[in-house]
Design a protein around this ligand. Structure first.
Ligand code: HEM
Length: 438
């Protein structure tokens, strides 16, 4: 059987050199060579898959022949051994089943007013003037998670969550030299990571100790699963830590890029503001406004297309499989890059342009030309939560402030867990009306 093409590399580092220099350009270039391309990195090969149909096969139709990739397991190992993100097989199924009731639309929709209220209170703190936009969006998403996940106001304690997220992002950076070292050799990155995760574990344990039973937050759902004997206490703790880490960064980068683009497209910003003003009618938005906020939803969708916070998902073949006419050996690592598919001219008109109106047009394209939350049984469990949160937060902010966004240079990104900017992104704030918390 044919073997997939391998782009030219350099001795020892193979394709790793091009990836380290410019990961996103490199992936787009390699994808030109075929739907499946075999890349060589020090110590391993990775198959880059860029056909929507093959991606659907891997994630949905033949998902049983693939599991999460080695990189993902390594990234989450040692800290969240009992969390969804790090598990496979029957244990993953049981954990996913126990977490699912916390993420049904009925439950998520009820978080809408809390998300809007928190955003309004957060926005009310902004003075006229300059602020670090990405940091503010991170603080906001951490506070929203505190309210909805933990049932507690985390204001003042954000650092413990953000520090752990930073350490995780550093640990997961595929370009990190320390990744080439054996696991038993502790690097500075590893040691910092362990310290910060231990601090977050302690924090979550403290929240659980003081938690008032109720049914209003994700924590309560997990504790109820514990009471039924469906989750151990360590599984409750690790999954809360996992959700805090998975849930804060992606949403924060999406909000940052949404504002970046809105600031460059005043006419799009204007129509979003008009719609949000009309629907909010000087009050707070609720979860049931989600469907009516067409402009905001389109801006969110387009932001997740152009700047997919998860720019690629990993899988590993659990047996030898045939994919697109190629034989892929058992144990092979696969990289499925949202970044490439979301900017592919085969599926998108003018793909580099931020154009939320494309979502109002009926343009046929394969399902997996767009998959910011991945797909199949292992898709993002927080998908509905994130969509609602981004829509509520963006529309609420738009009713209260104007943001003039500047970046310290052309946008470049860190190819780690989420698509974090490597340039500073600042905003000048102008309150639109009485900046109040309602
Ligand atoms: C814009 C925001 C977000 C994006 C783009 C995003 C995207 C993703 C993607 C692509 C995956 C990987 C799925 C796979 O391997 O196939 C994932 C997994 C996951 N996400 Fe999200 N996510 C976001 C927000 C959230 C939020 C807010 C939460 C929780 C409150 C969350 C919790 C999780 C969890 C727990 C997993 C692991 C699921 C599993 O392994 O079964 N995510 N997410």
């Amino acid at each position: 059987m044919a073997t997939p093409p391998t782009p030219d590399g350099v001795p020892f580092l193979g394709n790793g050199m091009a990836f380290s220099r410019s990961p996103f350009d490199a992936m787009e270039e390699w994808a030109q060579q075929g739907d499946v391309v075999r890349l060589t990195f020090p110590g391993q090969s990775i198959y880059l898959v860029t056909s929507p149909d093959l991606i659907e096969e891997i994630l949905v139709e033949r998902h049983g022949q693939f599991t999460i990739g080695r990189q993902q397991r390594k990234t989450f190992s040692g800290i969240e051994d009992d969390a969804l993100t790090a598990n496979t097989g029957d244990r993953w199924k049981r954990l996913r089943g126990a977490l699912r009731p916390a993420f049904t639309w009925d439950r998520i929709e009820a978080y809408g007013p809390q998300m809007a209220e928190r955003t309004a209170a957060h926005t009310a703190r902004w003075d006229n003037g300059q602020m670090d936009l990405h940091r503010e969006m991170r603080l906001l998403t951490v506070r929203i998670l505190g309210d909805t996940l933990l049932g507690t106001d985390v204001t003042g304690d954000e650092k413990v969550i953000m520090d752990a997220a930073d350490a995780l992002v550093d640990r997961a950076d595929p370009r990190r030299i320390g990744k080439l070292l054996p696991d038993w050799l502790p690097t500075l990155t590893e040691r910092r990571f362990e310290r910060r995760i231990a601090a977050l574990d302690d924090y979550v344990r403290g929240v659980l100790d003081g938690h008032t039973p109720g049914d209003g937050d994700v924590c309560s759902v997990l504790l109820a699963a514990h009471d039924r004997g469906d989750l151990s206490m360590s599984e409750v703790e690790d999954n809360l830590v996992g959700l805090l880490l998975a849930g804060h960064d992606s949403s924060a980068v999406a909000l940052t890029y949404a504002w970046y683009e809105l600031s460059r497209h005043p006419e799009i910003a204007r129509s979003l503001v008009e719609e949000a003003d009309e629907i909010a009618d000087d009050g707070l938005l609720g979860g049931d406004d989600f469907e009516r906020l067409d402009q905001t939803r389109h801006v969110v969708k387009e932001t997740l297309r152009l700047y997919p916070p998860t720019w690629g998902v990993n899988r590993q073949a659990t047996e030898s499989v045939t994919l697109g006419g190629y034989e892929i050996p058992s144990g092979a690592q696969l990289m499925i890059p949202q970044w490439v598919l979301h900017r592919d001219e085969r599926f998108w008109e003018d793909p580099q342009t931020f154009d939320p109106s494309r979502w109002a047009r009926d343009e046929p394209r394969p399902a997996f030309a767009y998959f910011p939350f991945s797909g199949g049984p292992r898709h993002c469990i927080g998908m509905r939560f994130a969509r609602l949160e981004l829509t509520m937060a963006l529309a609420t902010m738009a009713t209260r402030v104007e943001l003039d966004v500047t970046a310290s240079g052309p946008l470049t990104f860190k190819p780690s867990l989420s698509l974090r900017p490597t340039v500073d992104i600042e905003a000048t704030v102008t309150p639109r009306k009485l900046n109040r918390a309602d």
